[in-house]
Design a protein around this ligand. Structure first.
Ligand code: HEC
Length: 180
C-alpha cells in the first residue's frame, strides 16, 4: 500500500514535470507572428564603437547632408533612403550591443534603450519625410535626430572611444554619376 502510493506520487511528479516542460517549450506569444529573438541568432561580431562610426555616424551624416543639400535629384532621394534604412537597421544593433568591453554594461541600462528607441523613432520619421520627398520635413527630423545622439553621448560616451575608433570624414554629398 505504502509502496503503491509513493509510486503514484512519483508518477504524478513525472506528469507535472512533462506538463511544465511542454509549457516551457511553448512560445509565450503563441498566437502572434514569431519575432527575431524567438530563434537563435548570431551574436554581434563587432563593437558598439565600430558600429557607431561605420554604420550610425556614416549613415546619419548622409541623411543630414541630404537634408541641407541645395537640390535633391530623384537619385539623391533614393540614395538618402538607403542611408536612412541603414541607420534604422543599425538602431537594433545599438540596442543589442556588440563585443566591445563596455557594450553589455551599456545595453543593460534602461536609459540606453530609451535613447536608442528615440533614435529609431526619429529615423522612421526621416524615412517618412524621404518617402514624401519633403526636404523641410527631413531637415526638421534630422535636427531632432541629433538630439538622440547627443543625449546618449552625454549620458554614456567616454571622452576617448574605448577602441580609439573616431568619426572619419565622410565623402561629399552628391550624385557620383551625375554629369554637369
Ligand atoms: C544609445 C546610445 C547612443 C546613441 C543613440 C548614439 N550613440 Fe554614438 N556612441 C555611443 C557610445 C557609448 C559611444 C562610445 C563607444 C565606445 O567608446 O566604445 C559612441 C560613439 C560614437 C562615435 C565615435 C566616437 C567619436 O567621438 O568619434 C561617433 C562618431 C558616434 N557615436 C556618432 C553617433 C551619431 C551620429 C548618433 C546619432 C545618429 C549616435 N552616435 C547615437 C552611444 C550612442
Amino acid at each position: 500500500m505504502k509502496d503503491s502510493s509513493s509510486a503514484k506520487g512519483k508518477k504524478n511528479r513525472i506528469n507535472l514535470f512533462i506538463a511544465l516542460a511542454l509549457l516551457a517549450a511553448m512560445p509565450i506569444t503563441a498566437s502572434s507572428e514569431p519575432t527575431t529573438t524567438d530563434r537563435e541568432f548570431i551574436e554581434m561580431q563587432t563593437s558598439l564603437n565600430a558600429i557607431m562610426v561605420a554604420a550610425v555616424d556614416w549613415s546619419a551624416h548622409e541623411v543630414w547632408e541630404a537634408s541641407y543639400a541645395e537640390t535633391l535629384t530623384g537619385r539623391n532621394w533614393l540614395t538618402v533612403k538607403q542611408y536612412a534604412t541603414q541607420l534604422l537597421a543599425s538602431g537594433t544593433l545599438v540596442s543589442l550591443g556588440g563585443n566591445g568591453r563596455a557594450d553589455q554594461g551599456w545595453v543593460n541600462d534602461p536609459a540606453w534603450q530609451e535613447w536608442t528607441a528615440a533614435m529609431i523613432e526619429e529615423t522612421k520619421e526621416a524615412l517618412r519625410a524621404i518617402e514624401a520627398r519633403d526636404q523641410d520635413r527631413l531637415r526638421e527630423s534630422g535636427d531632432r535626430l541629433v538630439e538622440s545622439c547627443e543625449g546618449c553621448h552625454a549620458a554614456f560616451k567616454p571622452t576617448v572611444p574605448t577602441e580609439g575608433i573616431m568619426h572619419v570624414p565622410h565623402h561629399d554629398y552628391g550624385d557620383p554619376l551625375a554629369r554637369e
